[in-house]
Design a protein. Sequence first.
Length: 210
Amino acid sequence: MGLVITASVIAFVTTEMDDLLVMFVLFSKVNRLREQVAVILGKYLGLVFLIAAGKLFAGIISRFPVEQLLGLLGIIPITIGIRYAVREYTGKKDRADGGQRIRCPLAFCALLLETVIITLANGGDSIAVCLSFFSSLKQPDFIISCIVFCIMQALWCVIAISVMNAASIRSYTEESRGVIIPVLFVALGLYILIKSGTVVWLFSRGGIPA
């Protein structure tokens, strides 16, 4: 049991270390408890999907360039960043800035879905680990490992929220959110596209003209 726990912690940290940076970006955009809950739930739903995909569909997934395909979702945070910048500079800010939008169930679900998509986009390497790690575990060890991953995800959320709620950081992001948030999301999208090998993959398939 101790070996499984240790291996699970190592597997999580090695695959999700950069995800901590992703969470900093996600939490930089939200500052209300309800919004933070949406992001946290989205992170867990994304994590569950990645684990389930690696465990249940290993045979199918291994036949496709999953990491590169998921990397295409990096376009989403780029779109979010551009959209946010346009709304900031045209004066058409999200109603969430007035404290209304996040009260709408549809807005809550939209933020949750946005988080799930970004989690999956950055989770190509996580699926690769799940394919090799989770598929080799027997049922009791698999359950233990899932619990460890959930606990580690909670720790990641606590760290990200604590850092982004620090007075100096929160004050800076609030004052410069019209620049900081778009830049962070566009940079995140580009990072995902490059890290996942999607750009190189598209070039190799002729998907991007030279």
